[in-house]
Design a protein around this ligand. Structure first.
Ligand SMILES: [Zn+2]
Length: 405
């Protein structure tokens, strides 16, 4: 077998050779040269069990820095128990990030391993990239929470659970006191406000978003000196990539009637609506996605479909009670989504295949800065009922009442 990197003739291409010849792992070599891993792998390496005897615990005490990195990882439950090991599962696009953790956590006995498993479901050998430590070493892990290393701790949270969309940072964090007090401290000490978005994520986790563009900037300023040195992750927050628009189409069935409308639509009637939601954003270098379609679907379902499907639109919200036209419906839908999808570019609602409305609303930033009355919010405006004419009507009525009494 000839190595396509150094052209040496070899009996077996393996990580030991690649490590010296080009620094790649076998999986990266397979991807770079678009060769199936099955053809490269030595069969003895497939499904090979790991052994705790390959690991050793040093007598060195962990530095504050190592403690902080591990404490942040434990806090977001980044380690899973697999047989006798605690494992952090990485992925090949973020291998250098995994190696960075491996170096930071070396003192606890963590080691990086690329393991090869025959995946029966896809009939092929797949590689898994893991940071592992024997579970019996956990007695050396830090337990005491200190708040002296907010920058590093928060940077690790952003690395492990953060997403960056159009200048807003999203964090999906487990519910625990330590993280809740960090969120409070970010606000009190660093003027970084995070808002909680109601659940579209797994149970026992909370989805946070930086409240404004400025909060996002302050958060990145706080962590940048650390985050910039974490390989791969820095690309997500500080890199520039191509933009693309992704769309998701969902349907809902609703009834409605149009008040004061001289036509058939004044009658209660039902129909199927097609909703197309378009998101524009940078393609995340680490995922290859602008946004995960699964997340997009869950947001649209939770925020829109669950509210409108099999409902009478007139009884869903004040702004569509009077006139649930596709135009006003689109504005309502935009407002439901923009907090979760700052890259929202356009929505289209089809009432029939021939009749549809396209809407491009304000950005989240513009929305937050908006003030003043909106003529499309007539029925939900606090001023409705407050006019001079209505006060005069009341006076007249009271006068008439006094006379008749
Ligand atoms: Zn080679």
């Amino acid at each position: 077998m000839r190595c396509l990197e150094c052209h040496a003739e070899l009996d077996q291409l393996d990580n030991a050779h690649l490590h010296e010849c080009c620094g790649l792992t076998l999986q990266e070599y397979a991807i770079r040269h678009h060769i199936s891993l099955d053809l490269l792998i030595n069969q003895a390496s497939v499904n090979q069990a790991d052994d705790v005897s390959h690991y050793h615990l040093t007598a060195d005490s962990p530095s504050d820095r190592a403690n902080t990195v591990l404490r942040a990882m434990l806090c977001v439950q980044a380690l899973a128990q697999e047989q006798q090991f605690l494992v952090f599962n990485g992925d090949i696009r973020r291998l250098d990030e995994l190696l960075w953790y491996a170096r930071e956590l070396n003192v606890f006995g963590f080691q990086y391993r690329q393991e090869y498993i025959y995946a029966a479901n896809s009939h092929r050998v797949i590689a898994e990239n893991k940071l592992k430590v024997p579970a019996s070493y956990a007695h050396k892990f830090p337990t005491v929470a200190t708040d002296t290393a907010d920058q590093l701790f928060t940077a690790i949270l952003l690395a492990l659970t953060g997403e960056y969309f159009n200048e807003y940072v999203f964090l999906t964090l487990p519910e625990n006191d330590q993280l809740a007090s960090l969120i409070d401290r970010l606000r009190a000490k660093y003027q970084i406000r995070m808002v909680i978005l109601d659940a579209v994520s797994a149970s026992n986790t909370i989805l946070y978003r930086t409240e404004s563009v400025q909060d996002g900037q302050r958060l990145l300023e706080l962590v940048s000196s650390e985050l910039k040195h974490i390989p791969c992750v820095s690309e997500r927050y500080f890199g520039a990539t191509e933009e693309a628009v992704v769309s998701k189409e969902l349907v809902f069935d609703s009834a409605h009637f149009i008040t004061d409308h001289p036509g058939k639509c004044e009658n209660l009637h039902g129909g199927r609506y097609n909703l197309i939601v378009k998101i524009r954003g940078q393609i995340d270098a680490l995922t290859g996605f602008v946004i995960d379609y699964g997340y997009l679907k869950s947001v649209v379902k939770h925020r829109v479909i669950d509210k409108l499907d099999h409902q009478t639109l007139n009884y869903v919200a004040p702004d569509i009670a009077w006139r649930s036209s596709t135009e006003l419906l689109n504005i309502f839908i935009w407002e439901q989504l923009i907090d979760y999808l700052p890259g929202l570019q356009e929505i289209q609602t089809y009432e029939t295949t021939q009749s549809y409305c396209t809407y491009r609303g304000p950005s989240l930033d513009e929305m937050q800065k908006r003030s003043g009355e909106n003529p499309l919010k007539y029925f939900s405006s606090k001023k409705l009922g407050d006019s001079v004419l209505r006060k005069q009507l009341l006076l007249q009525r009271n006068k008439l009442k006094a006379v008749s009494d």
